[in-house]
Design a binder for this molecule. Structure first.
Ligand SMILES: [Zn+2]
Length: 193
């Protein structure tokens, strides 16, 4: 299986400058699950993708799929640009992985880092892809997404459970990017004659 040749240090470069992680280091899944700093670094990579979406005047949401310390799929919201209802960041990241590997199933131990709580559609797609660990930034109480299904997922409603789930990773940065985008959008709309 061909993996995307992107180390976390490279993926985070746009946001944090040179990372303290040596570029040749590959981290085992267990290592980054218990290292908050590394969790934040992957979320910074997702935030950097969200920023790419903002530049395109898309709602700024980004996502990276990580396996054994390597980014194996990445994407950002592209709904307006593509005109596709399903072009959410998580779906884009899954499709990036699908296209590169020709595999529908994620490798065991894969983690997703996404800047906002996944919606209902993305939660379903991630479960079908057999995602193991999920980290999100801003909660989305109105998104009818992951938090609505968490209990059902973990009670075994689906034939796949998440091993690890954590919300609020770099919450302020993820929420701040979204709220400044919408604030800017509203003021531009108000300024129109
Ligand atoms: Zn979604």
């Amino acid at each position: 299986m061909e993996l995307v040749d992107t180390q976390v240090s490279e993926a985070c470069g746009a946001t944090r400058g040179s990372s303290s992680l040596p570029p040749s280091t590959t981290y085992k899944n267990d290592d980054f699950l218990v290292t908050p700093d590394l969790t934040e670094q992957f979320m910074l990579a997702a935030l950097s993708l969200a920023e790419e979406a903002r530049v395109l005047d898309e709602v700024p949401i980004g996502a990276v799929l990580v396996h054994e310390g390597r980014v194996i799929g990445k994407g950002h919201n592209l709904r307006e640009t593509s005109g596709r209802t399903t072009a959410h960041a998580e779906i884009q990241a899954l499709e990036d992985y699908n296209q590169r590997t020709k595999e529908w199933r994620l490798p065991a131990g894969t983690s997703l880092f996404v800047t906002i709580e996944p919606c209902m559609m993305c939660t379903g797609a991630l479960l079908w892809a057999r995602l193991d660990n999920l980290y999100f930034g801003a909660p989305d109480p109105k998104g009818a997404g992951l938090s609505l299904f968490t209990n059902l997922i973990q009670q075994g409603l689906f034939d796949h459970k998440l091993s690890e789930m954590q919300g609020g990773v770099l919450r302020e940065s993820c929420s701040g990017l979204l709220s400044s985008y919408f604030k800017n959008k509203r003021s531009r709309r108000a300024a129109k004659p």
